[in-house]
Ligand binder design. Sequence first.
Ligand SMILES: NC(=O)c1ccc[n+]([C@@H]2O[C@H](COP(=O)([O-])OP(=O)(O)OC[C@H]3O[C@@H](n4cnc5c(N)ncnc54)[C@H](O)[C@@H]3O)[C@@H](O)[C@H]2O)c1
Length: 427
Amino acid sequence: MSRRLGVGLLGVGWMGALHTRSYRRLADHYPELDVTFELVAAADPDPRRRRRAVEQLGYGRADEDWRSVVEDPGVDVVSVTSPNYLHREMALGVIAANKQLWVEKPVGTSVAQTEQVALAAAAAGTVGAVGFNYRHVPLIEHAVSLVAGGSLGAITGVRGWFLNDYASDPRGPINWRFLRSEAGSGVLGDLMSHVVDLAAAIVGPLSEVVASTDVVIGRRPLASGDADHFSVVATDRGPVMPEGGMPSVPVENEDSARALVHFAGGATGFLEAGRAVVGPHCSLGIAVYGSAGSLLWDFERMNEMDLYLADAPGDPGYRRVLARPGHGDYARFQPGPAISMGYDDLKVVEAARFVRAVLGGEPCAPGLAEAVSAAQAIDAMERSAVSRSWEPVSSAGPAVGSQRATVAPGPEVTRTREGASQRTDQV
Ligand SMILES: NC(=O)c1ccc[n+]([C@@H]2O[C@H](COP(=O)([O-])OP(=O)(O)OC[C@H]3O[C@@H](n4cnc5c(N)ncnc54)[C@H](O)[C@@H]3O)[C@@H](O)[C@H]2O)c1
């Protein structure tokens, strides 16, 4: 008989809607899970978002108070899709209520917060799935198995990047992503965390980093209306620079970050992330170089990868590999090669892994352990941007857990495009 799972949703934005669609699509792509989802309740302080939850997404009710959703006896699994600063508190609430957790990245705004959630989940036996959805790209899973199987030989070099233009227009209004109190770090937690996670999935953990961060657009206009992630303030005067008279506020965290990294396995890499880059729209990519070959993949062409294998006959050149059945979960979505999958499909894969773990089949990966590793790498980059020297990738230490919920690193020093120093106090 089909198992019923009641869904609770905390945050009805872009990710909240996507998590909801993903639960709905599970039966189509993973029928053997045999689960019926009931969309029980959603929480959001914004009344428009609460109306959307009920009228558009189909939740039974919507509340301002997320605790009422977590504590609803009809709720079994909870998606945490709110701004970053709420993730730790909400995740701990989900764990304490004995519900299962699917939380967006970053799980905390510091290593200590992330470790605290991971430890609490482990102690309670809670499943914790984390939104590192790019791991589920079939060609990334293929890359993982090529490297693990030795096809590329010993890995010596890695380039990773996430270059995005969502904050490249100075008219783009301020929102939680630009505020330390609500997002924590800027592009490090938002985009670099995906780069670090992909690199770790393919090549293994990072051991040390030296990094530099910048604020590219120092002030942004105040939002009006229902502004979202990709909004630009409408004006009939053409592009308005923040200095041009519109009320504006300072951006409190970094727009770009670049890091040289060492991997524990011996490879060296260069990782970069930018949210105010003009040109690339959503270019998340990785290149891996080994003694016997190399590969190159970019999310803007998610369903193809360039592969060079030195022992192929003649001068092999790079070969274009197209996604096909046999690569990761591709066959769950398309019956034959080169019929493209899309971004939303990756979340369906993630939902399937979460639900499979909830049903007791297997551990969930990527989960909270991967979130802790990514947080440690991001923290080392933040420290290095201040110290201007190599920093080890390490745990927040033995005090993590009930005694130490947050860390208070020193002020971050970032450089603006003009080269002026700018200090932003971390929260
Ligand atoms: N994995 C990915 O590819 C990916 C992509 C985008 C965003 N994210 C992550 O997802 C999270 C949400 O991002 P988004 O783009 O959906 O943001 P969003 O701004 O579109 O949505 C956030 C929602 O949370 C609501 N919210 C604020 N305070 C709340 C509270 N106290 N209780 C309940 N809801 C509250 C907001 O009103 C808003 O509706 C972020 O942590 C972000 O890093 C992940």
